[in-house]
Design a protein around this ligand. Structure first.
Ligand SMILES: [Zn+2]
Length: 263
């Protein structure tokens, strides 16, 4: 028997298949990551076409049989301006890839969905937060939501909530002045750097995007984030595209999407 369910989610990926169809990768609040077929959505005047474009947030009505089929949808936000801004489009595609790595089938994903929504809002906002900072805040928070965030709220040894400390990538956490080895090992995180990292890992999602940093602090925390990702993600994800790779292949992909979306 086919059951009908309504899920709230976003189109993370949309791939044309056959003559008139698309296969969608949705990240949903209720069921995590699910694959959904949108039959006939590329036919002229299909009422579903708008809901099958990447970055469309909606309530999707899905028929669950042997596979999932898109029956209907009610839009929350199409983010229709995103494809018009090439750089924002690349960032948004990257965020979706990044989230897809962490979200599994049937995993409750309210926070991930909210994070994606707010990150896309930040990319398209008028008074823009620098995009590399949007990316930094998004990535750090996604790592936390994915269960692999850094241990920075206190010293790993004595539990002191220190204002500055030394981070050890080999241990995934922070040591205070007293507990750290008395050598040059560890990455020093000053008061502002540590505050910034704690903020992006734990601030309420609604307040996550909207800060700026001095060039020195920015350089330090971005470097930290890159090193942390290298150790905690990329070694386990062979095909995970970097933003730079997405940039290289982006033009083609971007315009393929735009072209397909106009069908
Ligand atoms: Zn300590």
């Amino acid at each position: 028997m086919n059951a009908e369910t309504i899920v709230t989610g976003v189109v993370a990926k949309s791939t044309p298949v056959g003559e008139n169809d698309r296969v969608l990768e949705l990240i949903t609040k209720e069921r995590g990551r699910i694959t959904v077929f949108a039959r006939g959505c590329r036919r002229p005047r299909s009422r579903l076409v708008a809901y099958t474009r990447p970055f469309c947030f909606a309530e999707f009505t899905i028929i669950n049989g042997n596979s999932n089929h898109l029956q209907d949808a009610k839009a929350i936000n199409f983010f229709e301006d995103l494809p018009l801004d090439y750089e924002a489009y690349i960032y948004a595609s990257y965020f979706m890839e990044f989230a897809c790595y962490f979200v599994l089938e049937e995993m409750e994903s309210t926070d991930v969905l909210n994070l994606l929504y707010l990150a896309l809002k930040a990319l398209t906002a008028k008074n823009k937060m620098p995009r590399k900072l949007v990316r930094f805040a998004f990535e750090m928070r996604m790592l936390v939501l994915g269960g692999v965030g850094p241990y920075i709220h206190e010293c790993m040894e004595c539990g002191e909530a220190c204002e500055e400390g030394w981070f050890y990538h080999s241990r995934g956490g922070l040591l205070c002045k007293e507990c750290r080895p008395k050598d040059d090992s560890g990455i020093y995180l000053g008061k502002t750097e540590l505050f910034t990292l704690r903020y992006v890992c734990a601030a309420p999602l609604k307040e996550l995007f909207g800060f700026t940093l001095s060039p020195e602090v920015e350089a330090k925390v971005l470097e930290f984030c890159e090193a942390y990702k290298r150790r905690n993600i990329e070694k386990r994800v062979g095909q995970f595209p970097s933003l730079e790779e997405l940039n290289r292949m982006g033009t083609q992909n971007c315009f393929t999407h735009l072209h397909d979306a106009s069908k």
